[in-house]
Design a protein around this ligand. Structure first.
Ligand code: UDX
Length: 435
């Protein structure tokens, strides 16, 4: 099928490339000429395992362009995968989605289905359909709008798309549903056809449930520290109950990324706007905001302030496997350390270039974990990269001025740390070698 995809971020580009891999003719459109140039050269502008390879393998089915008219004019299906960033009040900014809708209305020359992949508030698909039908230049063609939310995670986006847990299709009529079934014909995964508003809600409710699960376990972890239980033993015991499951029960210093923070706030906003507060979501947001300061609070046990302290920060991305810094806890913690006069040294395998753009001065960017921790008074672990998990614990002892490691992602087994002299303070577990 002839498909166009608007937006080449995580959602748009991964969708486009995966659809091309199933034999569709896909044209990906972006306003950013630089990005388009990179993609035309066969490279991916985002760091996502497997994506470049798939792009190269299916290059004959892929076109990248800034020319939306060319892309939309004859497309049978147009996916919208542009961003819906958070506004000041927490609601979703839909201006990019509507901009694409306007372009579609002006250019489409054949019946087509416009598929909203971007996460949008409930009722937005209806609005977009009316908007397009109202503004469409060629009144002889019929344009349908369908909701098809994305559930991919960064770092596993290709796998999450090709082997999705489910494909949700939200439609009001039979025709767009049939078209989308054809688009996903070669995806051997459960497909669910529902009404558009339900599809929009499935996306928010799923993401916010996962965020809630993390905030819940973080609160349990905080209590574990106080009452002397171990969160890892607790979650292992909980997870065997199939109704709970083992996944998304990792306690830490809070969730970040492009989805959970934004989508919890957007649903919270929508609920309040409708005079129907969802208290559990509000609680998930508040718990997460506090959790981000967990390590900073812990440092007070060891030092009165950070003035002239050498602080090693390991990991700055919001999770491993991505160079994305959106809502990363490092963006809250590092400025605080700097403000308090610490000498900050950062190591991250892929995120430092992006961090440098925000903080070009004042921070020492290191090429290895060893370099970052040498002579450090304290070390803060913010992302659970494999390189950190596999790091030889003895090196903390050997290289740091004082081997105090505060681990916000529970990277090490307590039994292993016990064999060293490191003071190791993690989340929801007892402190090894307390001072
Ligand atoms: C998430 C959803 O998983 C995905 O389905 C949705 O489409 C987009 O949002 P993503 O933001 O890429 O994906 O990352 P995810 O792996 O879900 O992690 C989000 C944040 O939660 C990270 O900061 C991570 O560190 C944190 N997290 C995750 C925890 O703190 N504990 C966990 O057990 C799992």
């Amino acid at each position: 099928m002839k498909i166009a995809v608007a937006g080449t971020g995580y959602v748009g580009l991964v969708t486009g490339v995966c659809l091309a891999s199933k034999g569709h003719e896909v044209t990906c459109v972006d306003v950013d000429e630089n990005k388009v140039k990179i993609m035309k050269n066969g490279d991916s502008p985002i760091y996502e395992p497997g994506l470049s390879e798939l792009m190269k393998e299916h290059k004959n089915n892929l076109v990248f362009t800034t020319d939306y008219e060319e892309a939309y004019r004859e497309a049978e299906v147009i996916f919208i995968g542009v961003g819906t960033p958070e506004k000041q009040d927490g609601s979703a900014n839909l201006s990019y989605v509507f901009e694409v809708a306007k372009q579609i209305a002006q250019t489409v020359q054949r019946d087509c289905v416009v598929v909203i992949k971007s996460t949008v508030p409930i009722g937005t698909n209806d609005k977009i359909e009316s908007y397009i039908r109202d503004k469409q230049k060629n009144k002889d063609v019929c344009i349908y709008v369908a909701s098809n939310p994305e559930f991919l995670s960064q770092g596993t986006a290709v796998k999450d798309t090709l082997c999705a847990s489910r494909i949700v299709i939200g439609v009001e009529e039979v025709f767009p549903g049939e078209v989308l079934k054809k688009v996903y014909e070669k995806f051997d995964v459960p497909k669910l056809i529902v009404k558009r508003r339900s599809a929009e809600m499935i996306k928010y409710a799923s993401n916010d449930f996962l965020a809630l699960k993390i905030s819940y376990i973080n609160e349990i972890a905080n209590l574990c520290e106080i009452v002397g239980a171990n969160i890892e033993e607790v979650t292992e015991g909980m997870g065997y109950d199939a109704r709970i499951g083992h996944r998304f029960l990792n306690a830490g210093i809070g969730y970040g990324g492009s989805c959970f923070p934004k989508d919890t706030k957007a649903l919270n906003w929508l609920a309040n706007f409708n005079d129907n507060e969802i208290r559990t979501i509000r609680a998930a947001i508040e718990v997460n905001e506090n959790q981000k300061f967990k390590l900073i609070k812990k440092t007070k046990k060891y030092y009165d302030d950070f003035l002239f302290l050498n602080v090693a920060v390991l990991g700055c991305t919001f999770k491993p496997g991505t160079d994305d810094l959106r809502e990363a806890v490092s963006l809250v913690n590092v400025p605080l350390l700097l403000e308090d006069g610490a000498n900050v040294r950062i190591w991250d395998p892929v995120g430092m270039e992006n961090f440098k753009k925000k903080y070009p001065n004042k921070i020492q960017y290191c090429n290895s974990i060893e370099e970052a921790i040498t002579d450090a008074d304290i070390c803060l672990i913010l992302t659970e990269w494999e390189e950190i998990k596999n790091f030889d614990l003895r090196k903390y002892e050997k290289l740091m001025k004082k081997p105090i490691v505060l681990d916000g992602r529970n990277c090490y087994q307590l039994e292993e740390v016990k064999k060293t002299n490191i003071t190791y303070d993690s989340i929801g577990r007892y402190t090894v070698n307390p001072q």
